[in-house]
Ligand binder design. Structure first.
Ligand code: LMR
Length: 415
């Protein structure tokens, strides 16, 4: 068989809804182009930002003879895993103190989602044969791809109310109550991607009661700790609440892509809360088998950086300031966009959601046709669901973006 015959049946797959925008943006020669597609922080000049805390860690690592290139244990670089779980659950978490928490370093949040879902696929007693995992409607599109790839059946549950542009709390609560006992439910720990809409602390408490009552398993994705409020401890509220109750089965996928600006280093962790030290050992050994067969051991550079910024006081203080810088700049851009739309352009519709939403994204509430015009005519790249990465806005482009939103909204409504 010739090479030509071997692959002639393979048809091109669809481009990735988010990453393809970056390619289109790179090829666009317009001077006005703006990338609001991918969730990656940009500084006030639209440039990638190496966090000063990360820079400090890197400079130390260059001269550190211990920072060699040896393989790490399958579960990851120990100083990293020890610090990462404390950032997430807090210093006093019972599962850490009692040795019931299993932590595995992963290839960022995506790897944590994958290894976590794969572990459940093998070992969790799903209530239905098709192994459903309930996913917020909407969610990060890759959740669906990751869960399907390991043999789970992702199914959506109500989360966002498009008409009020807020949390569909009542609908979500009845959906949780109607799920078969023991169902697995994906929760975004904070800064929901793509809507920027999170439950309040009181709502999280009500949700936790339902999880306990119905033995629902909480599959947390924590990709934005620090980005919602500027305070990593505050953004861990839901995770810490669920863990501290001791009556909810849970795992947490953690990423340092956004909050440490380590997108390309692929550094994250999977945390599984178990009932005892013995269980933790058994679960850990099974996670290690999954990791060993797929990537053998994890890359160490990002882990060394994060371990330093979490454990060395000077770097930790700098990192806390860096998170504030990022989250505050995003909040300023929310207000700048909101003010331009409501006061300068007097754009038809309500825009309060832009300032009410939290984290890296705003779900604008504009339709696919309007998004298409923004991309093709305005050279403003955004996902076709109307999600924009607020971090792509800066003082130099926010007025241009607002003017185009105003234009497509008015022309769509024939105003
Ligand atoms: C996003 O949602 O834009 C980010 O999480 C990047 C990605 O991998 O999709």
């Amino acid at each position: 068989m010739s090479t030509n015959e071997l692959w002639s049946h393979v048809k091109p797959g669809p481009p990735d809804a988010i990453l393809a925008l970056s390619d289109m943006y790179a090829k666009d020669t317009s001077e006005n182009k703006v990338n609001l597609g991918i969730g990656a922080y940009r500084d006030e000049h639209g440039k990638p930002w190496i966090l000063p805390a990360v820079q400090m860690a890197k400079e130390q690592l260059v001269h550190d003879p211990q920072a060699n290139h040896e393989y790490q244990p399958i579960s990851g670089f120990p100083p990293f895993t020890a610090a990462a779980c404390r950032l997430l659950f807090g210093e006093d978490a019972a599962s850490i103190k009692e040795g019931r928490l299993v932590v595995n370093q992963t290839i960022s949040g995506t790897g944590a989602n994958h290894v976590g879902a794969s572990f459940l696929q093998h070992f969790y007693s799903f209530p239905t044969e098709d192994k459903k995992i309930y996913v917020t409607d909407p969610s990060w599109p890759n959740h669906y791809a990751i869960f399907k790839a390991v043999g789970l059946t992702p199914t959506s549950y109500p989360y966002y109310d498009a008409s009020s542009r807020s949390l569909a709390f009542d609908k979500m609560m009845s959906a949780l109550n109607d799920m078969p006992d023991g169902s697995v439910v994906l929760l975004h720990a904070c800064a929901h991607n793509p809507t920027g809409v999170d439950p309040t602390e009181a709502q999280w408490r009500e949700m936790a009661d339902v999880f306990a009552k119905k033995h629902l398993f909480a599959f947390f994705d924590s990709a934005y700790q620090g980005f919602a409020s500027g305070d990593p401890a505050k953004d861990a509220f839901a995770v810490r609440l669920f863990e501290s109750r001791g009556d909810i089965g849970m795992l947490v996928c953690q990423s340092f892509a956004k909050n440490a600006g380590l997108y390309g280093e692929r550094i994250g962790a999977l945390h599984v809360v178990t009932g005892s030290k013995e269980q933790a050992e058994a679960v850990g050994s099974q996670l290690n088998l999954i990791v060993r067969s797929e990537m053998s051991t994890e890359p160490v550079y990002g882990a060394r950086i994060v371990a330093k910024i979490l454990t060395e006081p000077e770097m930790r203080a700098e990192w806390d300031r860096n998170i504030q810088t990022m989250s505050q700049r995003i909040i300023q851009m929310r207000h700048a966009l909101f003010d331009l739309l409501t006061q300068r352009f007097k754009t038809p519709g309500t825009w309060n959601h832009i300032v009410d939403q939290t984290g890296m994204f705003s779900y604008l509430g504009i339709d696919e046709a309007m998004c298409h015009r923004l991309v093709t005519e305005g050279h403003i790249y955004l996902v076709k669901t109307g999600r924009i990465s607020m971090a792509g806005l800066n003082p130099g482009n926010v007025e241009y973006v607002a003017s185009w939103i105003d234009k497509v909204v008015r022309e769509r409504a024939n105003l």
